[in-house]
Design a protein around this ligand. Structure first.
Ligand SMILES: [Cu+2]
Length: 141
């Protein structure tokens, strides 16, 4: 009988410990999720204008022309526009969002930080000087 009692006691302590651990894990997850929804996890995108197309400098897009850009809803996004086109003026506008980067001449760069919409959506980004050739899709997921 004594043996069984001590075993039961041990099990109760073990369950108590497990519950405490779970509470810690759940609270930690909550803190991470809360900070993410507040846009703390930000994103920086460098867009290069060269040969009349945009490309993004990152491992995922490997310099493709006018790549689709995907960000998270509510995410804080910084876009850096760099112009590598000699004798050309380029800017960057995301239609339907209040995002408009000023025009830059070759060798110059400009940046703009904004918060992505809280709802998913699909938008068009373009250079207002060359909207047919310099145009891509901006997705909020
Ligand atoms: Cu342009």
């Amino acid at each position: 009988m004594k043996h069984i009692d001590s075993r039961k006691d041990w099990t109760v302590k073990r369950i108590g410990l497990l519950i405490s651990l779970m509470i810690v894990v759940v609270s930690a997850t909550g803190v991470v999720l809360a900070s993410m929804s507040q846009g703390v996890v930000s994103r920086e995108i460098t867009m290069v204008a060269r040969n009349m197309v945009f490309s993004v400098q990152s491992s995922e897009s490997s310099g493709a022309a006018n790549p689709t850009i995907t960000v998270k809803r509510g995410q804080k996004v910084t876009i850096i526009l760099r112009n590598d086109d000699a004798g050309m003026l380029h800017d960057l506008v995301i239609e339907g969002l209040d995002v408009s980067l000023e025009s830059v001449s070759c060798g110059e760069a400009t940046r703009l930080t904004f918060t992505a919409p809280s709802e998913p959506g699909e938008y068009v980004y373009l250079c207002s000087f060359h909207p047919r050739r310099m145009r891509g899709v901006f997705i909020v997921e």
